[in-house]
Ligand binder design. Sequence first.
Ligand code: SF4
Length: 369
Amino acid sequence: MDRLDTLRGPVPPRPHDARAIAALAANPGCERRAVLDAAGVDKDATAAHLGFPAPFGQSAFAITRGNAFEALVKENGCAELLRLLRDLLGLPVESAGYTDLGDMAGDPPAHRRHEHTRRLIDRSAAEADDDGTLYDHPLLRLEIAGHTAYLEPDVVAFRLGGAFHVVEVKSFAVVDGQAEPEKVAAAARQAAVYVLALRTMLEELGHDPLRVSHEIVLVCPENFANRPVATLVDVRRELAVLRRQLARMTRVGRIVDALPPGLTFDLAPGPDGAPARPVAELRDAVRRVDARYAPECLSTCDLCFFCRDEAAGRGSTELLGRQVRDALGGVATVDEALGLADGSIAPGEGQEEIARLLRLAGRVYAEAG
Ligand code: SF4
């Protein structure tokens, strides 16, 4: 891991939260992201120093609305949530218990809170009774390329029959039974991180990890009112991508070995507190690692504006989205695609079929226009 420390420079590794881990699954093919995350580089600070600050951050209104909705779902020992779970999972409200795992004296460090969660989940998993129990504020853990990430899901519900369901409370609205697909996908990716962390915990404790359901409970406000509605979301696909990406990060050594020796994304502060590294040097360092820009990066990765600018500079077909890029397989730039379409560029070896389709599309557009 020495090489990863050199890449990061003399600053502590950036801890991974569930949102950051979930985002790994959003663009699994990107080496740049895999290397920066494995080294624990602060991508937000990197993007800001490069002059392309990340577009994330919720408005104060959205944060207040989100907190108010979560408080509503959880008030009176999660009474409203129990009602929803009873309908969705067949959980008998009268027999469900409520345990606040965050309720510990003092302000214990994360590893002590995690141990507390482990003890109670272990006990709960060992009990064979059919009572439901809601665990609020559990602290879970995942190893990410040698670093420990502590994660706090909104709630874990223990269902009848011994299965655990992760519950994710989100404040985006479900209107007429539909929510914005991108927001549901992001929530599913985040919940998959919790499912994986809880499965890992059960496995370490000697229980069957598959007792943690791949169906998570997504709780959102319905029709812009604050009335919560719960839906089951299958996160198997997100789990598979996440596992692949985490395994890839532990094997990131192969990518790192191919990088120039001494390469670093060092952001150590100078006397004024700002990173001392000249911007041009940092830009060159970041560009040494291949990126795989896709429009999805705009909602998931701090470096999105930097990578988009880089892809635009190359006229890359990546800018048009994964589907178009994959359909144009082997055609690297928009100019090349246009040249193949109007016949001004002769197709290279293996490009005959895509050139034929582009010419056909060009003719259709010309006739329609
Ligand atoms: S924004 Fe850049 S570094 Fe991040 S995932 Fe996309 S291409 Fe990779």
